[in-house]
Design a protein around this ligand. Structure first.
Ligand code: PGA
Length: 251
């Protein structure tokens, strides 16, 4: 199975011209060779333009967030229906920056997930531990609780649309609490733990449909060591995805 490489551009670049330039460079690079499935998640305001540029390309488009409603009175929000309409196929949900800095919680992420699945988007669900949780001695219990709360409403067919990311917050390159990058062993251990929880909850067949990714300081130097593991189906790349040459090396 091809590995999945997802770029999270976060709040970058600062203009559409820059975003177009990045996508054109990426398209040229991918046309030559790519061993992976590639998804890029730029800011909302660039999505419609970039969807046109990516028509017919192997690179898929995703958003970094969406609303829990399909339409209506929610000033400033973007509905998953709108994302689907302009050609996005993926949406990132529960990213730690939204949880820690924008007051999202597990219940909100779960609600968003339910609506995005109803609309038919592939949902990239981030679950991770912060530095305190990491050092608490209870990290697996904490991850399990987040897993249960966020994935609370999943049903049979939903599993095929779920991509689960282990995202240790202490290993995100731009996090002010950055501690160190997460070892491959540790990333794999949590990926296998998520797989076990999925099997317990939904059975082998449904669990087998879920891709499990690692995200946190992935770059061109270390990507291969994560991707070489059978239990890690891909990577979510933040900072290093903004440098297209580096991102292409990862892909
Ligand atoms: P990073 O970001 O690759 O810059 O560490 C990853 C993430 O935010 O998930």
């Amino acid at each position: 199975m091809k590995k999945l490489v997802i770029a999270n551009w976060k709040m970058n670049p600062i203009n559409l011209k820059g975003a177009v330039k990045m996508v054109e460079e990426l398209k040229r690079g991918v046309a030559k060779k790519s061993k992976s499935e590639i998804v890029i998640c730029p800011p909302f305001v660039y999505l419609a333009n970039l969807a046109k540029l990516l028509k017919g390309s192997k690179i898929k488009l995703g958003a970094q967030n969406c609303s829990w409603d399909k339409m209506g009175p929610l000033t400033g929000e973007i509905a998953p229906t709108m994302l689907k309409d302009i050609g996005a196929k993926y949406v990132i949900l529960g990213h730690s920056e939204r949880m820690e800095k924008l007051a999202e919680n597990n219940a909100i992420v779960s609600r968003k997930l339910k609506t995005a699945l109803e609309v038919g988007l592939n949902c990239v669900v981030c679950i991770g531990d912060n530095a305190d949780e990491h050092n608490s001695g209870k990290v697996f219990a904490i991850l399990e609780q987040k897993f249960n709360e966020i994935l609370a409403d999943l049903k049979g067919a939903d599993y095929a649309k779920i991509i689960l990311v282990y995202e240790p917050i202490w290993a995100i390159s731009t996090n002010q609490d950055f501690v160190e990058s997460c070892s491959v062993d540790e990333a794999l251990t949590v990926a296998l733990f998520f797989k076990k929880l999925l099997i317990q909850r939904a059975g082998q067949k449904s669990a087998g449909m879920v891709k499990i990714l690692y995200g946190g300081s992935v770059n061109a130097q270390n990507a291969n060591s994560y991707l070489a593991e059978e239990g890690i189906d891909g990577v979510l790349v933040g900072g290093a995805s903004l440098n297209i040459k580096e991102f292409l090396k990862i892909c």
